[in-house]
Design a protein around this ligand. Structure first.
Ligand SMILES: Cc1ncc(C[n+]2csc(CCOP(=O)(O)OP(=O)(O)O)c2C)c(N)n1
Length: 196
């Protein structure tokens, strides 16, 4: 449940996540979520959503269904998840064991100027929403160590999982190049469905 969670940093947490990965897919949501993923490491197993809010989870869900042997992570901002909350019910109904959703909750639409989301000031509890939708294994990370422990659990065990983290309002450290065709081709190679 919503607790006195530490305000962390998205790039720091993204680096901690990526350092644990081998062949897992990661879908970075629009804006800072995928920019920090790009900055952490340009893995071919990463997909960068450049234009649409709320699609990291649906895309990751599709990849998880297509490749059930591979763990798949979705990284999504709070504003984007709010735009597509129904995806949590869909994930709960289908219950892919290999899907992990990470919510970066900074309470703002940071990339468009820092306007407060309706979830600002911790009024909305994304973990309670996810559990209510039926994703029982949903937790807030109270600090960096718990974030890492939750990622370790998700890597080791059956999901679906949701990990929510309160993060600061700092922008991403780099920007992903706006080259969707390149990203699609690299990701297809990373998923082993297209020759290099
Ligand atoms: C459907 C849609 N509406 C509005 C936008 C404009 N827009 C792009 S990113 C963004 C804010 C995203 O907020 P959040 O997911 O919380 O991520 P943050 O910027 O805080 O990292 C907005 C409003 C868009 N790209 N798509």
């Amino acid at each position: 449940m919503l607790r006195n969670t530490k305000v962390m940093n998205r790039f720091d947490l993204t680096q901690r996540l990526v350092a644990k990965l081998k062949d897992e897919a990661v879908i970075g949501g629009i804006g800072h979520s995928n920019f920090d993923l790009w900055a952490a490491e340009q893995r071919p197993q990463n997909f960068y959503m450049l234009g649409s809010m709320g699609l990291a989870v649906p895309i990751a869900h599709g990849v998880a269904i297509a490749q059930p042997q591979r763990k798949v992570f979705a990284l999504e901002g709070d504003g984007s998840l709010l735009m597509q909350l129904g995806c949590l019910s869909t994930v709960a109904a289908r219950a892919p064991k290999n899907l992990v959703i990470i919510v970066w909750d900074n309470g703002v639409y940071a990339i468009t100027g820092g306007q407060a989301t309706p979830a600002a000031q911790a009024r909305t509890d994304f973990v309670a929403i996810a559990r209510g939708c039926g994703i029982a294994q949903s937790n807030w990370a109270s600090d960096e160590a718990e974030f890492e422990a939750l990622v370790d659990r998700a890597l080791a065990g059956d999901g679906p999982w949701l990990i929510a983290a309160h993060i600061d309002g700092k922008p991403a450290v780099k920007q992903t190049p706006r080259d969707p065709i390149l990203h699609r081709q690299r990701f297809m190679q990373g998923m082993g469905v297209r020759e290099a």
